[in-house]
Write a protein that binds this ligand. Structure first.
Ligand code: ADP
Ligand code: SF4
Length: 689
């Protein structure tokens, strides 16, 4: 039963000519499953409607070939032939009584047009936003009129495709309309540039055009970045952001407000906590009478109620919380708050879009698999005859396998050598900024603690003899991986024989407290060849010792892969502000006593640096000793009552936490639903001559 204090979240809200059934609003977000995988996209969005999101939006959807975001895989509505693909999604959303919204976009300089090969367009001459070595051409008046027509045409197509809410989008420093508004992009001297009114003109016109074209039955939403966190170089919520809202206050049917660019809008939990956009967006409701939606990685229903009650928002916007738990609204509605799988703010989902591939989610292993593998976030095939599974290792993969096995009706024994659950996720969540990652453990262990058929044992290190003697028919090895101390990674593919092991720590050692226990005074050197977050968070730990810290990276920037999670520049500036010495594009070449030699990857010039402690963040080795020992005794399994032995997670393939969770889940689906590695594909459906 739902607590009545949450009733307010389930009130309908009128948005222009349409009405949403509740206040849960999945704002537009990329999925990496755009126009190339329309069935996957439609199913993923439809499941969110099933889970109770009253409005479900597309990702940014290109309105014309001059807004070609290739190789990104966004939505596409260039002409009528794109309508059926998008209709798949609006139908899937309508099937559950929700409204479908579409975010139309012209990317302007953000669209490099690599596929269409048209000249990118812009308010003023200037280079395109990415590193492609070419420019956009300045639009003349005829171009502006043509662009307005493209937007109208796309809005009409969107209506035909069944959408209820149609966006005019000026956010994320990614759209032509935002660039017309901004003095730093718009250097024009005609009536579309110069004064604030002039820069606003095109935005106002496009809102009016869209209303006139489709506003009879569709609501017109405006997505606006009210602040860009760049001072007077961009919008500020107290100056131009506010001026725009005031000037257009009741023009749109809905304001969807956020902060720009994407790295500010989708900040990770390492850098921002739930509700981080409130100081910037809170003012909007005081200016307009139209409904306002805003985001802030909201997962707490109490917080949501507070936002409505204090008249900050009308609709609770969510991208990531709706990915981590597509059924979040339904769970609140049914009073199942403990069952909400909260987003951990890691941005692995974002990395899907940035690598042009269907998104993954650390918390929700079914995302991206809804259509191609028919995975549902809340349902799994129930077995007819329960089996018994012994899972060794209670990290992310073991916990996910255990809870999914329970859901499918099996019995589970879960054993872990340590005195805590969660494996690496527990250790990593104690590192600076990563506390929310413990939600991966908490949600799963809570699920397991609710049922009688999950036996949970801590402090239980199991040997292969134990496993053979227990005679449990199905054994799952989720024993994780250990960081290497021999330098092997991307840049050094073979073990480095010269390393002085007395002076080396691995991330496992640091997480076990060995750095803080060390009374040495000399410099700590971190060699990061892993390239994601670990090296940088360990640098933050190292700084706390008061010792000098040097960060050596094998790439030209710190934590290069974190570009994909939108964290790279935040990480690098954090380390610089902590006075950590950063040396980029170097590899190791010798290590004698307290001297470390490194060489430049470009010039091969050698640098000697003083190094009391060397922390190697390179790669990991699977903890697969049980697997290897059991494999050598395979001929005895049958006699011992063992049918299967399976490796999952980091023990099979060291990787992201998201991959370990997915591996645990996939194992259960493979067993219970007889799924194989092949999945349904959408890349073969082209007409062939
Ligand atoms: P993953 O990410 O694949 O889930 P983790 O490294 O997070 O892997 O977790 C592995 C877990 O397995 C750790 O908690 C560790 O204590 C446990 N473990 C490893 N070897 C054994 C063993 N022989 N017996 C019991 N537990 C083990
Ligand atoms: Fe949240 Fe991480 Fe999942 Fe994205 S990948 S929705 S940030 S838990």
């Amino acid at each position: 039963m739902r607590d009545p204090k949450y009733d307010i979240l389930f009130e309908p809200v009128k948005i222009g000519p349409v009405q949403t059934r509740n206040r849960f609003y999945q704002v537009p977000h990329c999925s990496g499953m755009g126009y190339r995988y329309p069935n996957a996209e439609a199913r993923m969005r439809g499941i969110k409607a099933e889970g109770g999101w009253g409005v479900v939006s597309t990702q940014e959807t290109e309105i014309h070939p001059s807004s070609d975001l290739s190789a990104a895989n966004e939505g596409r509505l260039w002409d009528d032939s794109d309508i059926p693909n998008l209709k798949l999604m609006s139908d899937a959303v309508h099937a559950h009584g929700s409204l479908a919204a579409i975010q139309l976009v012209h990317g302007g300089i953000n669209a490099p047009n690599r596929y269409s090969r048209l000249a990118p367009i812009s308010p003023s001459n200037g280079v395109v936003s990415n590193d492609d070595p070419y420019q956009a051409r300045e639009m003349d008046k005829a171009d502006i009129a043509t662009f307005r027509q493209w937007h109208v045409d796309a809005a009409k197509r969107a209506k035909k495709a069944g959408f209820d809410i149609i966006y005019v989008y000026a956010g994320h420093d990614m759209t032509l309309l935002q660039h017309f508004l901004l003095a730093r992009h718009n250097h024009r001297s005609d009536e579309y540039g110069g004064s604030f009114e002039n820069r606003l003109r095109l935005f106002r016109e496009v809102i009016e055009d869209t209303k006139e074209a489709v506003g009879d039955t569709c609501a017109i939403a405006v997505r606006l970045a009210v602040d860009e966190l760049m001072g007077s170089d961009g919008f500020r919520c107290e100056v131009e952001g506010k001026d725009i809202i005031e000037a257009l206050a009741d023009e749109p049917d809905l304001w969807d407000v956020n902060i720009s660019d994407w790295s500010n809008d989708s900040q990770t939990s390492r850098f921002a906590k739930e509700g981080y956009q409130e100081p910037y967006t809170a003012f909007v409701k005081s200016i307009t009478t139209k409904p306002v939606v805003g985001v802030g990685r909201y997962t707490s229903p109490d917080k949501m109620v507070e936002l409505i009650n204090k008249n900050h928002l009308d609709l609770i916007g969510a991208a990531r919380p709706s990915i981590a738990d597509p059924f979040l609204p339904l769970k609140i509605s049914e009073g199942r708050l403990e069952d909400i799988r909260e987003c951990i703010g890691c941005n692995i989902c974002v990395s899907g879009d940035n690598t042009n591939s269907p998104m993954r989610c650390t918390q929700n292993p079914t995302v991206g698999e809804e259509w191609r593998r028919n995975w549902h976030p809340e349902r799994i095939q129930k077995v007819r005859i329960p089996k018994k599974y012994l899972i060794v290792g209670g990290g992310p993969s073991g916990l996910e396998a255990a809870s999914s096995l329970i859901k499918s009706g099996n019995d589970v024994i879960l054993a872990d050598a340590s005195d805590y659950w969660g494996g690496r996720v527990t250790l990593e969540s104690k590192l600076p900024g990563l506390a929310e990652w413990s939600r991966v453990r908490d949600w799963r262990i809570w699920q397991l603690q609710q049922v009688p058929n999950a036996e949970l044992y801590l402090k239980s290190k199991l040997t292969s003899e134990d496993l053979l003697s227990y005679g449990v028919e199905n054994i799952v090895l989720a024993t994780g991986a250990s960081w290497r101390a021999d330098g092997v990674g991307r840049i050094h593919r073979a073990p480095l024989k010269y390393l002085n092991s007395n002076r080396i720590l691995t991330p496992d050692d640091v997480m076990a407290g060995k750095l803080l226990d060390d009374m040495s005074k000399g410099p700590i050197v971190i060699f990061d060849d892993d390239r994601f977050y670990m090296g940088s968070v360990l640098a933050e730990v190292a700084v706390k010792t008061g010792r000098k810290v040097v960060f050596i990276s094998s790439t030209p920037t710190v934590s290069a892969w974190s570009e994909n999670t939108l964290e790279q520049s935040r990480i690098q500036s954090k380390l610089m502000n902590l006075n950590i010495e950063i040396i980029t594009s170097h590899k190791l070449c010798n290590h004698q006593d307290k001297q470390l030699s490194i060489s430049c990857l470009f010039t091969e010039k050698i640098l000697q640096i003083e190094c009391e402690t060397l922390i190697l963040v390179t790669s990991r080795i699977p903890n697969d000793i049980l697997w290897r020992e059991l494999s050598t005794k395979k001929d005895t399994w049958k006699d011992m009552g063992i049918e299967t032995v399976t490796r999952i997670g980091d023990c099979l393939q060291p990787g992201l936490i998201a991959m370990a969770v997915q591996s645990g889940h996939k194992f259960v689906r493979a067993v219970e639903e007889q799924q194989e590695d092949l999945f349904k594909r959408e890349d073969q459906n082209y007409p062939r001559n």
